[in-house]
Design a protein around this ligand. Sequence first.
Ligand code: 3AM
Length: 186
Amino acid sequence: MRTFIALDLPEETREQLSDLQGLLRVGRHVPEENLHLTLSFLGEQPLPALEALHEVLCDLPPREVVLRLSGLDILGSRQPKLLFIRAERSGPLAALRREVLTAVRLAGIELPRTRFRPHVTLARFSRDMEERDAAHLGRFLQTHGDRALPEVVAEQVTLYQSVLREDGARYDPLASYPLVPMAGET
Ligand code: 3AM
């Protein structure tokens, strides 16, 4: 199963990002319900490893992770591949990512080391972008590139299955792990 672990974004943040996407007329926009911050991409993993990972992630202690999203950027300078908004690599966010990687290791899943550049992908672009679309993207970045969203507290981490389809990946949540006490809990 192709999977990844992500920090979910609060609904208000997803709405704000979706409004921003609404101003961009090019690219394949990540659907509002799919907007997330990837903590670790696991790739194809067998079910027993994912079950072991679930057990470890269930013990993830609650903590406050404040999300600060600001500054748009594109990956691929000559040929834009994707548009994203950066997330501040705060101490609590970096610590959460380290704990998630430890959980992955404890589950017996080995991953190559990668640098953590926290971001939320907003849109993906096809290879042969037309000139006028590239110009529109350039203007969009000039106008909105400095956009900063109000800070919010992240509520949960989710293990997702990513199902590849012709029109883009579908993300199905497999299990979520709360970072803040759930409503009704003391
Ligand atoms: O959160 P974003 O959109 O940046 O690009 C994929 C997406 O990242 C990334 O994992 C997230 C959920 O699919 N991804 C896909 N294949 C990957 C790979 N082979 C990958 N990340 C690293 N290596």
